[in-house]
Design a protein around this ligand. Structure first.
Ligand code: TXA
Ligand code: MG
Length: 334
């Protein structure tokens, strides 16, 4: 059931979490499927609902950085402590930090790893729910594994139906793409997943070269370090192609086109049944906000293929292209 965010429903969500239930909650990035990270049965239910492989760890959500010792071990004055202090200008926000776990969350949350992903979201409803919880809240994106992440309460309902008894509606997500994941557990910090906080900003704050932050050599894309980096994530069911890889649209096929910019005309030879503009001026924050909803909508439209615009891979464009490359991986491999 979807209930609009209100003082009452926020209280109800916090109570449901404390009682071991799984609740759909809004965040500024995407909707989350939330449960008490100290409750093994509740966490198991997340994996079951999502059909998520047990090797893929979850992010622990907290209401404030002050509570990080609930899940992670950080020695005062250590290099890690100083890094977090610098990053605190971005918190709360669409940033997840990989930190040394203190081992208190149930092992399914970290998939048995010694590190833990921690995020303090910025969405007021999420923060209010979290501040009413005495425990960390594990919350993956509220989609069935490998499908497109949800950016509205309706998307969550579409995925889980009545299996999920409570979904709090906090409106459409303002960021629209999952948080940036920054690992701080090795000697050198590394971006494991691009998001709306660009690696450029993190490099600046941490005083490290951008190339080092983005360097994932030695970590294959299938590495369990961040299973979210596996290919074929975030795919709609309809085959998805990147516009840059096509010189013409196949004739006799029903194609839906997604364009980033109203003023960029497509080549005249392109034959399509629908075109969706994600931004009037090609503004990438707007593109990311609208992207997943557009993919889900086109996936329901009975098309033969979805063709999506591209952008340069810098700033938030890196996150947009990362998601699109994964979504198109299956089509491009055929
Ligand atoms: O924006 C977000 O981060 C959303 C909202 C709900 O907060 N959550 C989200 O969670 O995207 P999820 O589970 O869909 O993606 C979390 C990613 C996964 O790719 C997982 O492998 C990675 O974080 N992850 C979690 N713990 C990790 C760890 N200890 N080390 C490396 N990667 C980790
Ligand atoms: Mg996810």
């Amino acid at each position: 059931m979807i209930i609009p965010a209100s003082a009452e429903s926020i209280q109800r969500a916090a109570q449901a979490l404390a009682a071991g239930e799984v609740v759909g909650i809004p965040t500024e990035t995407v909707y989350g499927l939330a449960a008490n990270a100290f409750d093994a049965r509740a966490v198991a239910r997340i994996f079951e609902l999502k059909n998520r492989p047990a090797v893929n760890p979850l992010i622990a959500h907290l209401s404030s950085l002050d509570r990080v010792s609930l899940v992670a071990t950080i020695s005062a004055g250590s290099k890690l402590d100083r890094q977090i202090e610098r990053l605190s200008v971005l918190i709360p926000g669409p940033l997840s930090l990989i930190l040394p776990s203190n081992g208190r969350v149930v092992s399914a949350v970290t998939a048995g790893k010694t590190s833990i992903a921690v995020r303090i979201p910025q969405h007021p409803t999420a923060l209010q729910i979290l501040s009413r919880c005495e425990f960390p809240v594990a919350a993956p994106s509220a989609n069935i594994s490998n499908y497109v992440s949800p950016t509205t309460a309706r998307h969550v309902l579409d995925g889980f139906g009545e299996a999920l008894s409570l979904i709090i509606d906090g409106g459409p997500c303002q960021v629209g793409i999952e948080s940036t994941i920054l690992s701080l557990i090795d000697d050198a910090p590394r971006v494991l997943r691009s998001g709306s906080i660009p690696a450029e900003v993190l490099a600046d704050i941490l005083h490290v070269p951008l190339a080092d932050l983005l360097d994932t050599s030695g970590h294959s894309p299938e590495s369990p370090t961040a299973p979210g980096m596996m290919r074929e994530h975030y795919s709609p069911r309809t085959p998805l192609y990147l516009l840059e890889t096509l010189t013409e649209l196949p004739h006799g096929k029903r194609a839906g086109v997604v364009s980033f910019n109203e003023s960029n005309p497509l080549s005249p030879g392109f034959d399509y049944v629908s075109i969706t503009y994600l931004s009037s001026q090609g503004e990438l924050a707007e593109v990311s906000r609208n992207l997943f909803a557009a993919l889900r909508q086109l996936d329901e439209a009975g098309l033969d293929l979805i063709v999506v615009d591209t952008c340069s891979e810098a700033g938030i464009g890196r996150a947009i292209m990362d998601r699109l490359r994964r979504a198109s991986a299956r089509s491009n491999n055929q």
